[in-house]
Each structure stands twice: as structure tokens, then as C-alpha cells.
Design a protein around this ligand. Structure first.
Ligand code: MLC
Length: 526
């Protein structure tokens, strides 16, 4: 029989022989075994399969959109979606109704699962978007989904899928203001998970008889927490200490029982702010990984001094999962601050000039990527997809960088900026264009410019410079209040300034660089 390309088949093949072994530990003392994970996901997959949802006319598998709090049952739901052949669409728990409405109308899911307390608000939106089944799942093993799944068998024959079949759609905010769904296949996810298993030493640890324990503190609605951290643990057959959210003290309390930790730079700066972080609590750790935003060399150095551990920085994005990483094997000196490391095995990365020719060592250009990890395109946006790929099949990441330079090895990539206007706040991507659209629609606003400014906690924070109507100007507090009623709070500017006009160049383009200079020290004093 041909081997299924379903990612779950790979995950299942790696589960420890001892199915009673612990797979997930929660802070409230619950322990889920691998057997629990398999049976729980089988029951939900059984329920999903019983709905009889087929593919769309264009061959797209049915979608399941999910906006739930982090819990072991949410992991089961993700695995169940893979097993039943659905494409999984995770949604940030911070999204408000208008944002959810957009995603549901764009992705047209057959099933929508949300938190029990949001069911009354979101169910009508989902129904209007043509969604036949709206269920709830809480973080205390509550909600209608588990009730519905309870009567299904705890065995399920995973639906065979080809490697190129769609496994997940991850929404990334759009440069034009409209979010785009990055389509990831079973092969994209499986190839990346296999590569990381080797590259970050999980395999070596396993084969040497070690027992990795992943301290999982990331949200599971983004690539980092879902596909990088979760897949790493599942493929390694490693236990996870599963924290519902990042809390620096809770992480420090769990570190002595852990071997691997993954986080965004904000996690590391917050850990460093705690006295309890020292070499002793890290004594069983073998690896700290950072990604999703630039890690400042100060943080890298301070962490090394305090804990004796050298953070491994890597580079990824929703469209490509992981593409470049500092090495795990070798000496600590091989992990170089200010670089994101070398292309992962099987992944090709190039830095090119505007005319497409390759840059020299140390020369800054556009970073492009090709490989089995790279997504196939944006959900039902063929023009956008075409724009983001070169004719010879390389994906334009939108990041600017260089190989080598400043005495660094020429195989190491450093990122130095972005060609797309993007803010990364605490590891969340925020596209100024989207926020400007909301601000410009407010009464009394003539126009606005949204910028990212250095911030001690979030790395960058969202801020807005607004030109108001001279006769009836808006108040900055009023703008913030109105935005908070409409969009996820992490996207709402932390500061708003009213100005008479925005600086423009001779072409009429707003000079955001001048605004970033003018307000540079607003959050982070010089
Ligand atoms: C929360 N808030 C933020 C924020 N997170 N504001 C700006 N930026 C952020 N990142 C705001 C909330 O809106 C809220 O505002 C207030 O802070 C408190 O909310 P909270 O949920 O209690 O916040 P906190 O626990 O402090 O969260 C901060 C954080 C979190 C850093 C722990 O943002 C986080 O876990 N970030 C990780 C993001 C992540 O996983 N990124 C991976 C993307 S994948 P108010 O006004 O309501 O009080 C990717 C690809 C790759 O990029 O390579 O990995």
C-alpha cells in the first residue's frame, strides 16, 4: 500500500512505544498520555468525518476554523483535523468579531470552533458565512465539541492524503490591508518538522536514550507554537509542559524539569527581568531557541552571562515555516548574535538585487527562498500569489538581508530590514496599512501613518501619527478607544500623536522614516 502523505501518519509513526507515557503535563497537575492524545483526536476526527463534508469543486478539502484558548484538547482538535483530512485554520484569540467575520467569509469553513463564552456572538457570523457546524471548546474540557465527539470510537483510520494536499491555512496580515491565507500542505509541514528534528538535536537526544521535555509557553494559533514547537515535541516523542500562556515566573518554575524552550525575544527579556533566572534552574536545559522577531545582541549576551546558555536564533515565517537557523551542533561560538544562521538542509535561500542578480557577500538585498517547506500560495488570491513568487519559483520573503559581511561567515544570513511595511510587536505581525484603514475611517480623521517604534518589552510597538480635521479634530484617546472596540488589542497603537500634516517626499509618499526618527524615544528613552 502507498504510504499516506498525511502529516498525522508521520506523527503517529513517531509516538513512543509506551503509549501510557506522559505526553502533556499541565500546570494544574493533569497528565495526558500518548494514548489519551490518540484516542481524543480519534473521537473528534470520528465526529468530523461523520459530517460528510467533501472537497470543493476546485479540489480544496473542507476547512475547520478554530479560535480557542490553548489546551491539550485544542491539540487533539488540531490532530483530529489532520486525521479527518480537513484543512486547519487557526485564529488568534485576540481577534474581535469584525476580524473573525473577514476570515470566515474568506475561508468559508465547514466547521467553526470557538470559545464557549464567544459562541453567542460569533455563531451568527459563522452561519452567515455559510458554516454548517458551529461548536465550542473551552480550556476546562468544556464545550459542545467534546460532548459531540464523546460518542465516537477512540480508534480512527486516518484519511489518506497526498503530500501536496492542503493541511492548514495560516492568515498573515496583508500589506494592502487584507489578510491573506497562506496555504501549507502536509508535505510543507512534515518536511520542516523532520528537518528540525535533526537540526536541533531532538533525534540525537532520542537515539542517545535521553528524554527531551519541551517547555511550551507559546500560543498555538501561529506557526511558532503550532508547527515549530508542537511538531518538534510530537516527532521527538517528547513530553511537553504545556503552559496556557507565557508567564515568566511560571516558566522559571518549570525550567528545572525541562530540556528545550522556544520563545519570541519578549519572552527572553521578561525572563531576564526575573531574579529567579539563573544557571541552577537551567541545569537540565540543552537548548533555548528564539524566533518570530529580531533578538537584540544585548539580550543574547545577557542571557548567556546569566544562564550559561547561548540562545539559538532562527528565522521563519507563516509562508515558509522555518528556513534558516543558527546551528545546534558545534560550539556555542557557532551561534552568532545578530545573524539568523544558515539555510536549513533542503532549503535554498538567496539574496538578490532589485534586478534579480545575486548579491555579493556582505551586500544587502532581498531575501528569497525555495524548498519543500515553502507554501503553494495564498488562499484564493492567485494575483497576490503570483506577485510574491519570482518566475523561477522563489518566494519573496519581504525581508532584506545579507550573507556574511562584518567578518561573519559567508554562509550566515543577517536580516537588516524589510521591504514590506511591517511591524513586529512581541512576535505578532502588524501591517500598518490595515490599521491606517481603520483610523482613516474614524470621524474627524483626514489621514494617518502607522509606524513601529523601539519598545523595551515588545521590541517594536505600534504607534500612529494622525492628521485631524481642523474644525473637528479627534482626540488621541478617542481614537484608541474606538480602535479597541474593533480590532485585536495588540494591533491598537500604544501612542497616538495629532499633527497638522505628514512629511512627504517629492513623489507625495509619506516619509515614515522621518516619523520613526521624530518619535524614536517615545517608549525607549535614548
Ligand atoms: C499582548 N498585548 C500586546 C502583545 N501581546 N501588545 C502588543 N504586542 C503584543 N505582542 C497586549 C494585549 O492586547 C493586552 O492589551 C495586554 O497586552 C495584555 O494582554 P496579555 O495577553 O496579558 O499580554 P501578555 O501576556 O503580556 O502577552 C505578551 C506576549 C504575547 C509577548 C506574551 O504577545 C505572546 O505570547 N507573543 C508571542 C507571539 C507569537 O507566538 N508569535 C509567533 C508568530 S509565528 P489590553 O489593552 O487589552 O490590556 C511567526 C513565524 C516565526 O512569526 O518565525 O515564528
Amino acid at each position: 500500500m502507498k504510504k499516506s502523505g498525511n502529516l498525522y501518519a508521520l506523527i503517529e509513526s513517531r509516538m513512543p512505544r509506551d503509549a501510557a507515557a506522559a505526553c502533556i503535563d499541565t500546570p494544574d497537575g493533569l497528565v495526558y498520555s500518548w494514548h489519551d492524545l490518540r484516542c481524543g483526536s480519534a473521537r473528534i476526527a470520528g465526529w468530523l468525518a461523520s459530517l460528510g463534508c467533501g472537497r470543493d469543486a476546485d479540489g480544496a478539502p473542507p476547512r475547520i476554523a478554530v479560535q480557542v484558548e490553548k489546551s491539550p484538547e485544542a491539540v487533539m482538535l488540531y490532530l483530529a483535523a489532520l486525521r479527518a483530512g480537513f484543512a486547519y485554520v487557526p485564529l488568534n484569540t485576540a481577534y474581535q468579531a469584525a476580524e473573525i467575520d473577514y476570515f470566515l467569509n474568506d475561508v468559508r469553513p465547514a466547521v467553526f470552533v470557538c470559545a464557549p463564552q464567544r459562541l453567542a456572538e460569533l455563531e451568527p457570523l459563522a452561519r452567515q458565512a455559510g458554516c454548517a457546524r458551529v461548536m465550542s471548546l473551552g480550556d476546562g474540557r468544556d464545550g459542545t465539541l467534546l460532548e459531540a465527539a464523546a460518542s465516537f470510537a477512540d480508534e480512527f483510520d486516518t484519511v489518506p492524503r497526498g503530500g501536496s494536499d492542503l493541511a492548514a491555512i495560516v492568515y498573515t496580515s496583508g500589506t494592502t490591508g487584507r489578510s491573506k491565507g497562506a496555504m501549507l500542505s502536509h508535505r510543507n509541514l512534515a518536511s520542516n518538522a523532520r528537518v528540525l528534528d535533526e537540526f536541533w538535536g531532538f533525534r540525537e537526544e532520542r537515539e542517545a536514550g535521553g528524554h527531551d521535555v519541551l517547555l511550551h509557553a507559546l500560543p498555538i494559533f501561529h506557526v511558532h507554537g503550532l508547527f515549530v514547537a508542537l511538531h518538534a515535541a510530537l516527532l521527538a516523542g517528547a513530553k511537553m509542559i504545556f503552559l496556557p500562556r507565557f508567564d515568566a515566573r511560571q516558566v522559571i518554575a518549570a525550567l528545572p524539569r525541562s530540556t528545550v524552550f522556544m520563545g519570541v525575544p519578549t519572552y527572553y527579556t521578561r525572563l531576564l527581568a526575573e531574579e529567579g533566572l539563573d544557571r541552577h534552574v537551567c541545569r537540565h536545559m540543552r537548548l533555548f531557541i528564539s524566533g518570530s522577531a529580531p533578538l537584540l545582541p544585548e539580550t543574547f549576551e545577557a542571557f548567556r552571562r546569566r544562564t550559561g546558555h547561548t540562545i539559538l536564533e532562527r528565522y521563519g515565517m507563516s509562508e515558509t515555516v522555518m528556513l534558516v537557523s543558527n546551528p545546534y551542533f558545534g560550539t556555542a561560538r557557532d551561534r552568532i548574535a545578530g545573524t539568523v544562521g544558515v539555510p536549513l538542509p533542503g532549503v535554498e535561500v538567496r539574496v538578490v538585487r532589485d534586478d534579480g542578480s545575486r548579491c555579493n557577500v556582505g551586500e544587502i538585498g532581498q531575501v528569497q527562498v525555495r524548498g519543500p517547506n515553502v507554501f503553494s500560495g495564498y488562499w484564493r488570491m492567485p494575483e497576490k500569489t503570483a506577485e510574491e513568487f519570482t518566475r523561477d519559483g522563489w518566494f519573496r520573503t519581504g525581508d532584506l538581508g545579507c550573507f556574511g559581511g562584518d567578518g561573519r561567515p559567508e554562509t550566515y544570513l543577517s536580516l537588516v530590514g524589510r521591504s514590506k511595511d511591517l511591524i513586529i510587536s512581541g512576535g505578532y505581525n502588524v501591517y500598518p496599512k490595515e490599521i491606517e484603514g481603520y483610523i482613516d475611517a474614524l470621524p474627524g480623521v483626514v489621514e494617518s501613518a502607522v509606524i513601529g517604534l523601539p519598545h523595551p518589552d515588545y521590541g517594536e510597538a505600534v504607534a500612529a501619527v494622525v492628521v485631524g480635521d481642523r474644525k473637528a479634530p479627534p482626540q488621541p484617546e478617542g481614537i484608541v478607544e474606538r480602535l479597541r472596540a474593533q480590532i485585536a488589542h495588540f494591533k491598537v497603537p500604544k501612542r497616538v500623536w495629532l499633527v497638522d500634516e505628514l512629511p512627504r517626499n517629492s513623489m507625495g509618499k509619506v516619509q515614515k522614516n522621518l516619523l520613526r526618527e521624530r518619535y524614536a524615544t517615545a517608549f525607549r528613552p535614548a
